[in-house]
Design a protein around this ligand. Sequence first.
Ligand code: PMP
Length: 396
Amino acid sequence: MPASPLLMIPGPVEVAPSVVQALSAPPPGHASGRFLAAMQACLRSMRTLWRSGPGAQPFILPGGGTAAMEMAVSNAADPGTKAVVVRTGLFSDRMAEMLRRRGAEVLIHDAAPGEAPDPQALDALLRDDQGITVLALTHVDTSTGVLLDLEEFLRIGRNRGVLTIVDAVCSLGAEPLAMLEWGAWAVVAASQKALGGPPGLALVMASPWALEARRRLAVPPPLSYDYQSWTSVMEACEEGRFAYFGTPATGLVLALEAAMEELFRLGGEDAPLEFPRRHRLAARAIRAGLGVLGLEMLPARESIAASGLSAVRYPRGIGSELLEAVLAEGVVLAPGLHPQIRDETFRIGHLGPVVYRDDALVRTVEALGRGLRACGREADVSAAVRAAGDVLAAER
Ligand code: PMP
């Protein structure tokens, strides 16, 4: 069998050998000691990684990022709730649609693709319309690579007394995040991104305020997404006891446990900060290479560019054939995703434990340079590789 190409997309990501090993084991029973130990470890690690404080409730459910978003949304909004969505791309639109389907009235605080919405204008909107009670934020929108100044947006939400929902699917582990300190109400993620697990698990952290907001809902959420369906199960698992609501994805939880062990092995005790630091370094290295290759980023400024992926503009006259040429070099990159700019952009993931592999980062730059050449463009591949390598070497 030929070696798999290097997966440099913004999820699913390259996983550690220990994760592959966990995936190849028979899925254990959901009341087994082995499974309960894995759930306990994962739930505890979530508290550390989210920096959630002891009063928050972590949930691990079968599904993915979308399911996690659905859970947070449907436990926060009633029909008629007025919500504002800060829009940075496709995933903000998804959150808006979920809120609408829940019967909420949705306002969009918008920005052009590649730009971040203005926090002061949001503050004015919340001040002038006291009827708004829910604020939805996408920390990193994977369709644009735009990073929101989450701390600032949450500060505004807290001051204005609204319930905040954060989609951290593409940021958790790759960007600094402090749920309790920053005052986020619900923060959702998924297994297949920076955490370095396989796809298939929805990860939700609900603050005590989010749990209380659920208790006050007039219309309960769908049973399978209800915080109240799962709370006692998660509490039991965290104490190493069995409880049942729906059959958990036992095999995937073992793989997530292995992924989180790897994350803490790489990042050490300070992993919630160290992992994002390493993602930032990887981003700088990749972008140093992009600069030499003459490629432009979609995010308007480096300060709003995510650490876990680079959304890049195709050079004029080139399209998806570039990704095919890069794949011929053994590296998988992702096409554009945002409907408005799908054909003008592609995306490079530098997400998950691969950010600790200098060889993989440099190889990605090299493959991109060679791909450009295969498409008939001039590209100084060795200078690009050197630029990326220099950034990494400076930190060693
Ligand atoms: N939100 C963001 C920011 C994402 O990047 C993604 C996945 N790309 C999702 C939500 C949805 O997650 P999933 O595809 O696992 O349902």
